[in-house]
Write a protein that binds this ligand. Structure first.
Ligand SMILES: Cc1ncc(COP(=O)(O)O)c(C=O)c1O
Length: 254
């Protein structure tokens, strides 16, 4: 885990340690997710007795496919819950997107249902026009990272640029290759939210519903204000994680 993420996600680190994990800080690069993936892959290819795991739809094939297949349980569950309430399809499914696992899982069984609008929300960090963003669909170009071809934040020489978002899970300079493809095919619409908008949306959910969303999920929430819905639209918004880990950041804004 990148040293920067160890510091800003200390709650998760405590939980992982309590469950028996040994956490090795990564000190290279930006000390965030990309650098942790770099070091994990490096360790894996140098150690026969190791096995590489990833929780997002990034990296070399078949990892993105495996993660999407496993996460497809989310859309299976959506179908079951909708049926219980007498519905078949939603009008919208909205998910935040870093590497793309929660979006892939929640879109999965709806990809062929053209009437279901699929929305993925990237983190624009301090803004699309700053160098402090993680919006690789909106600001990226075609390139190769961690063994897959996709859209990346990179310079003219193909050197990966540092990504930035207040949410560590979205702070990645690329996007899963399947999402780059879904963007190209126009099957998924990609929106973006910045740090401020997302924190505001997260605080609103905390106050109105007593639910503390992960900062990553708060990006999806803030996109609600950017879509013009019809009155009877059935909207599914994915809360990809709980925000206990982010409570000290919310605390500054509540
Ligand atoms: C709570 C939460 N939501 C979303 C994400 C983004 O990942 P992905 O795009 O793979 O769903 C992360 C990544 O760490 C996360 O921790």
């Amino acid at each position: 885990m990148g040293k920067k993420d160890i510091n800003r996600q200390s709650y998760n680190v405590i939980k992982m340690k309590a469950l028996g994990a040994k956490i090795i800080p990564v000190l290279s690069g930006e000390k965030t997710l990309k650098d942790a993936v770099n070091e994990s892959i490096r360790y894996w290819i140098n150690n026969n007795n190791s096995y590489y795991l990833i929780g997002s739809t990034v990296g070399p094939h078949p990892y993105p496919q495996m993660v999407a297949d496993l996460q497809s349980i989310i859309s299976k569950e959506i179908i079951i819950q909708l049926k219980e309430k007498g519905y078949i399809n939603p009008d919208y499914i909205i998910a935040c997107i870093g590497g793309g696992s929660n979006a892939a899982g929640s879109f999965y069984h709806f990809l062929n249902k053209k009437n279901v609008k699929l929305i993925a929300v990237e983190a624009s960090g301090l803004g699309l026009n700053t160098m402090s963003t993680a919006a690789s669909i909106h600001c990226g170009s075609k390139g190769i990272l961690h063994g897959s071809m996709t859209l990346l934040l990179q310079d003219e020489y193909g050197q990966i640029l540092p990504a930035y978002s207040i949410s560590p899970g979205l702070d990645y300079p690329g996007i899963g290759p399947m999402h780059a493809n879904l963007f190209k095919k126009k099957r998924v619409k990609f929106l973006y939210s910045n740090d401020k908008e997302s924190i505001k949306a997260g605080c609103e959910l905390i106050k109105l519903e007593g639910i503390i969303p992960a900062l990553e999920s708060a990006h999806a929430l803030s996109a609600l204000k950017k879509i013009s819905f019809n009155k009877n639209d059935l909207v599914i918004l994915i809360l990809s994680g709980r925000g206990d880990k982010d409570i000290s950041i919310y605390n500054k804004f509540l």
